[in-house]
Design a protein around this ligand. Structure first.
Ligand SMILES: [Zn+2]
Ligand SMILES: [Zn+2]
Length: 423
């Protein structure tokens, strides 16, 4: 059914400002009949002319300032901005002036200018590019400023899931900017801008960045191990985020082999596959347990039967832990309770510990000057500390992975060493 203006509609049209373009005249009657707003506006104009009421469009439409005449050029400009970037879906979004919005509300418009601009530009882009609009998770978002006609391109990051093992001690999980220069490069860091030469993040993201052509990267891990701890066993789940990728369809099998060859002996990854922001959130929220192997040393010899008692004492025990001294300069000072799920004395100097996520293992052993209670030192009455720590298994976290990237939400933090607990 086309659009036929009724007498009532003509009465409503008489209340509108003079000089509207067909789009803005017709938008007052949006969603009535199967027409475009432009066709509705033209029909209203013809009907009024038939009644001897000429309503000519002004040279500049008082609502849209003729933005609809610029849409073809904007579509072409968008395609130019997108350039060679690979994407499968897009969305058009608009910023609209508050006065326009309020005027349309006052005049009883059932649809706002920005919605029509989004739809009309979206149609043109679909025709030009052959890609489709995705309202949920577009690879690209074209942002239009309806008043200035400016265009901005937002590019959804590319997310890749995998598990990593860290075979060498002394490598941080994420790139750690130099404390003295905050990354600019100084004497202390030898101009690298970093506290450590490399990181799991850099070793993993390097080949991915080269393949995707991104502008930056972040690594989101399911927790993190100490810099001097190894991460062994089944590895730690992570998602690498690549910002503003030029290419999205990567051969992850080939890249996995490339990462493992370049990082041989230090880091290895497995099971790379596409991921998304939902999975990053799930990973961050995961409370999956971890299994540790701690090599320890005592201040005084401890008889073996006394050591064996630790298994009974600590298995299933709730531990009160105040933020450790060693991380207190960058983490909030708070008390928390974490459970030791299993404690096994594997050898006189080696404990196997299964713990809830977030329990600090070194402090569980040495007690951190009473900040962690109870501790192994306290239970034995003998000073005890960790010589070497390995994470040997991460518990099942029930991850999904939907293969699609979405935009970063405002205020969401990047992988930041200062904001993540070590274990
Ligand atoms: Zn207009
Ligand atoms: Zn520096």
């Amino acid at each position: 059914m086309g659009f036929e203006p009724t007498d009532e509609m003509l009465g409503q049209a008489r209340q509108l400002p003079a000089g509207l373009c067909d789009h803005c005249l017709g938008r007052r009657f949006a969603r009535i009949g199967e027409s475009t707003n432009e066709e509705r506006g033209a029909a209203v104009r013809r009907a009024m002319e038939g009644l001897g009421e000429a309503r000519q469009p002004a040279p500049v439409c008082p609502i849209c300032e003729n933005i609809f005449k610029e849409l073809d050029a904007m579509a072409a400009a968008s395609v130019g901005k997108i350039g060679q970037m690979e994407y499968s879906s897009f969305l058009v979004g608009s910023r609209e002036e508050r006065e326009v919005f309020e005027l349309e509300e006052k005049l009883g418009y059932p649809e706002h200018l920005k919605n029509e601009v989004n739809r009309e530009l979206g149609k043109r882009l679909e025709a030009l590019t052959g890609k489709t609009v995705d309202f949920e998770r577009p690879d690209l978002t074209v942002l239009v400023d309806t008043r200035l006609g400016g265009l901005e391109l937002q590019v959804a990051p590319l997310y890749i899931y995998g598990r990593y093992r860290k075979l060498e001690r002394g490598i941080p999980q994420t790139r750690w900017p130099c404390r003295a220069c905050r990354g600019r490069g100084c004497k202390r860091c030898g101009g690298t801008g970093k506290m450590y030469q490399t990181s799991v993040e850099e070793l993993v993201a390097g080949p991915l960045m080269k393949a995707a052509g991104g502008s930056g990267h972040a690594l989101h891990g399911m927790g993190r191990e100490d810099i001097d701890a190894r991460m062994l066993g089944n590895g730690r789940p992570f998602v690498v985020e690549l910002e503003r990728p030029l290419r999205r369809s990567l051969d992850l099998e080939v890249l996995e082999a490339e990462i493992n060859a370049l990082a041989a002996g230090r880091v290895e990854v497995e099971g790379l596959r596409p991921s998304g922001l939902d999975e990053v959130r799930a990973l961050k929220a995961s409370r999956a347990s971890k299994t540790y192997l701690a090599q320890v040393v005592f201040d005084l010899p401890v008889p073996e039967e006394k050591l064996k008692l630790l298994e009974k004492t600590f298995t299933g025990l709730q531990v009160q832990q105040r933020t450790p001294e060693r991380v207190s300069h960058r983490r909030a000072d708070l008390d928390r309770t974490r459970r030791v799920l299993e404690f096994r004395v594997e050898a006189p100097d080696s404990f196997r510990i299964v713990a809830e996520a977030g329990l600090y293992i070194k402090e569980l052993i040495h007690g951190d000057g009473g900040r962690t209670r109870p501790s192994v030192s306290e239970a034995l009455g003998v000073g005890c500390r960790v010589l070497a720590l390995d994470v040997v298994e991460t518990g099942d976290w029930g991850g999904t992975g939907d293969g699609k990237g979405v935009e970063r939400l405002p205020g969401e933090d990047k992988a930041d060493p200062a904001r993540q607990p070590e274990e």
